[in-house]
Design a protein around this ligand. Structure first.
Ligand code: ATP
Ligand code: PRP
Ligand code: MG
Length: 281
């Protein structure tokens, strides 16, 4: 059986389970369940703290896991990203009170509070900076006001928590993170693991693309196909009506309204968009 680690709570938990459900896997019934066996697909899911997932996968005790890229790097575990999953996005940044510290070069000798000491130490090390990293469990934005640190390094999403604490981000982001499927670094691949990766890729494509279909005069096929190249190539089929063809192509959902306008403008008609529920590319 393939053994897969999933976040048991926090920002990534619901989206990870939704994605696996969309990929056709069974998920736990209750939020407190710690395991779930999917016999039909030969998979057992283990619900773990997202921060611990890279440790289980890096040691080889579990085959695959879903966690944040930032948590993977912070753990220092010998695990690697297989597939970015497009949810749980965040930016990791330094912040301080305005007029105190405002550049990364100025971090030497400072006290930096963070829940991600591994990530911060790696960033400082790469720049040859020496600072005191103070590990806190959470709510790190309070550390400056309480005098424990000069700087915080933390996940920023809307920025509201930083503003409330009177802090301003400075310097480039240390990392842009999102949820990722991970496996043991350099570990052997298996047909079971590859099958799960293919299903998750299918979910990503089904979320990003729609199926666009339209009719167009045959002499305009090249011009229309340039607007709808599809993933491989558009499907062009004959129509009973002389001089016309039907075209079908997968199209990025975010651009589809603009593409429909442009198709209409060149003379395409009967333009239809349908959702893709699942696919294998
Ligand atoms: N607004 C956010 N706050 C915290 N983490 C976020 C946010 N948005 C995305 N993430 C990502 O979620 C992961 C952290 O999840 P985790 O469950 O450990 O913390 P959490 O969601 O803050 O929950 P808790 O603090 O209750 O443990 C990281 O990969 C982080 O980048
Ligand atoms: O930019 P924002 O939208 O304000 O979000 C970022 C904040 O959210 C998270 O905290 P969380 O609520 O998870 O509390 P924690 O610090 O105890 O983990 C994170 O650690 C930041 O503090
Ligand atoms: Mg948190």
């Amino acid at each position: 059986m393939l053994r897969v680690a999933l976040p048991n709570k926090g920002s990534l938990s619901t989206s990870a389970s939704v994605m696996l459900t969309e990929a056709g896997y069974r998920q736990r019934r209750a939020e407190r369940d710690l395991t779930c066996v999917d016999n039909d697909n030969g998979i057992e899911f283990f619900y773990l703290r997202p921060r611990d997932i890279a440790t289980y996968v890096g040691s080889g005790d579990l085959d695959l896991g879903i966690t944040g890229r930032d948590l993977l790097i912070d753990s220092g575990a010998p695990a690697e990203e297989v597939l970015a999953l497009g949810f749980g996005g965040s930016v990791f940044r330094y912040a301080a009170r305005p007029g105190t510290v405002d550049s990364v070069d100025d971090l030497g000798g400072r006290r930096i509070a963070t829940s991600y000491p591994g990530l911060v130490a790696r960033h400082l090390g790469e720049r040859g900076l020496e600072a005191e990293v103070i590990r806190l469990d959470g709510a790190v934005e309070n550390a400056v006001g309480l005098g424990v640190a000069d700087v915080v390094a933390d996940v920023v999403s809307t920025g509201a928590t930083l503003r409330q604490a009177g802090l301003e981000p400075f310097g480039d982001a240390l990392l842009e993170s999102e949820a990722a499927l991970i496996r043991r670094a350099g570990g052997p691949s298996s047909e079971a693991a590859d099958g799960l990766v293919r299903r998750l890729r299918g979910v990503l494509v089904a979320r990003e693309y729609v199926m666009l279909a339209y009719d167009v005069r045959v002499e305009l096929v090249e011009q229309a196909s340039a607007l709808t190249p599809g993933i491989e190539s558009p499907t062009v089929s004959p129509l009973h009506r002389e001089g016309w063809v039907a075209v079908q192509a997968m199209t990025p959902a975010r651009q589809v309204q603009r593409i429909m306008d442009e198709l209409y403008a060149i003379g395409a008609r009967g333009i239809l968009v349908t959702r893709i529920h699942a696919c294998r590319i």
